[in-house]
Design a binder for this molecule. Structure first.
Ligand code: FAD
Length: 382
């Protein structure tokens, strides 16, 4: 790895670490109980510029590159994953299409409010019949004069119930399908014919909302096409590729926190007249947790660097997502084990991290799909 941490970036990391530890983590239990992010945390996140980390300065953001953004997400991963999900879905998959692929008109119209956190963004690809196979979209958009008419249903859309703007993918040419027949659109929540479904009840990620989006003859102005008509599937792959690196960085941050909590607990918990940390069985768990987390960090930062160098990164992004999410789940499992019964009750944060880890193996492409992508690339390269 060659990326050098600037003083400015180091300061930002410290600032976010303080925010996470002094402000967010003390509210974690409240978020769990109320299934809601306290508004004062959202306002603090706005003031810190967190909603604009991926948006260029000319549109009001702080325009971090991918390595810098991964460092920020790593720090945020140390706390409540539902809170982090609000920000990472907005700055990642919710914003990337506009930032990297949209017209100047769309960028000027939407990015400044998104950077300030005054408009929340979401990304809508998945459908009831199109999950892992995102080429199988049933949502259709038809051009009628100077606008498009969209019909269909998306589901599991993070930020769906609270978002103001949505990057939505629809079939625009059935014959061509994913090869030139899918288009990305920018929708506002008030566009006629867009209905937001009810909030899903989930295993974890409390405070982060997902829902269906239903399009009933939804009218979209032609200028709200993101990128070229027909190139939406390629756009989705690009957006998801970058998103996967962000997800991996968050997972690494969560692992760091779990290791700290577990080591601390192991030193304090006395059984058989000595700290449980004195037992080799506990030490080996901590050793594996720390080793795998460092490997995940290295893989993640390597993928982030490649994106910043403008290199093809699809394989590395999938590797980072696959490995970091698997490590997060293994680390969370060991953290619960080290905490014994205390790891199973919600008074201790490891119980929450354990539940929140599970989704990282499923969304932004399941880990089986990441393996397919990696294998396809390995076979092509051979
Ligand atoms: C909390 C949450 C937030 C989400 N946020 C968003 C969002 O913001 N935007 C969005 O568009 N989507 C979002 N999703 C959807 C998510 O990306 C999908 O759930 C995911 O891609 C898997 O699709 P699926 O649920 O339809 O599973 P399926 O595709 O039905 O897969 C079921 C199982 O079969 C396996 N499988 C499928 N095909 C293959 C294959 N060819 N080879 C081997 N195994 C296979 C899968 O790996 C999985 O284990 C979210 C989901 C959740 C739960």
């Amino acid at each position: 790895m060659t990326a050098v941490m600037t003083d400015e970036m180091q300061q930002m990391k410290t600032m976010i670490r303080n925010f996470v530890e002094k402000e967010v983590e003390p509210c974690a239990q409240q978020i769990e109980e109320e299934d809601a992010i306290p508004q004062h945390l959202v306002e603090q996140a706005k003031a810190l510029g967190l909603f604009g980390i991926s948006i260029p300065e000319q549109y009001g953001g702080i325009g971090l590159n991918t390595v810098e953004k991964a460092n920020v997400l790593e720090q945020l991963g140390r706390t409540h994953n539902g809170f982090v999900s609000l920000i990472s879905a907005h700055t990642g998959i919710g914003s990337t299409g506009l930032v990297k692929l949209a017209s100047e008109y769309l960028k000027n119209k939407y990015l400044p409010d998104m950077a300030a956190g005054n408009k929340i963004a979401a990304f809508a690809l998945s459908e009831p019949g199109a999950g892992s196979d995102a080429t199988n979209l049933a949502t259709r958009a038809e051009k009628k004069g100077d606008h498009w008419v969209m019909n269909g249903t998306k589901h599991f859309i993070t930020n769906g119930p609270i978002a103001d703007v949505f990057t939505v993918f629809a079939l625009t040419d059935k014959e061509k399908g994913a090869k030139g027949g899918i288009t990305a659109f920018l929708l506002e929540k008030d566009f006629p014919g867009l209905i937001i479904g009810k909030k899903d009840k989930k295993m974890g990620l409390r405070g982060s909302y997902t829902s269906q989006l239903i399009f009933e003859d939804c009218i979209i102005p032609d200028e709200n096409v993101i990128g070229q008509v027909g190139m939406g599937y390629m756009s989705a792959l690009k957006i998801l590729g970058e998103g996967r690196v962000g997800l991996a960085a968050r997972a690494v941050g969560s692992c760091d926190k779990l290791i700290e909590l577990s080591a601390q607990y192991a030193k304090e918990r006395i059984q058989f007249g000595k700290p449980i940390a004195d037992n080799q069985a506990i030490q080996w768990m901590l050793a594996d947790m720390a080793t795998e987390t460092e490997a995940a960090r290295t893989l993640t930062m390597m993928a982030a660097e490649k994106i910043d160098e403008g290199k093809k990164v699809i394989k590395e992004a999938s590797m980072a997502k696959l490995f970091a999410s698997d490590v997060f789940n293994r680390v969370a499992d060991k953290a619960v084990q080290i905490h014994g019964g205390m790891g199973y009750v919600s008074d201790y944060p490891v119980e929450r991290f354990y539940r929140d880890a599970r989704i990282t193996k499923i969304y932004e492409g399941t880990n089986e799909i990441q393996r397919l992508i990696i294998a396809r690339n390995v076979l092509q390269e051979a």
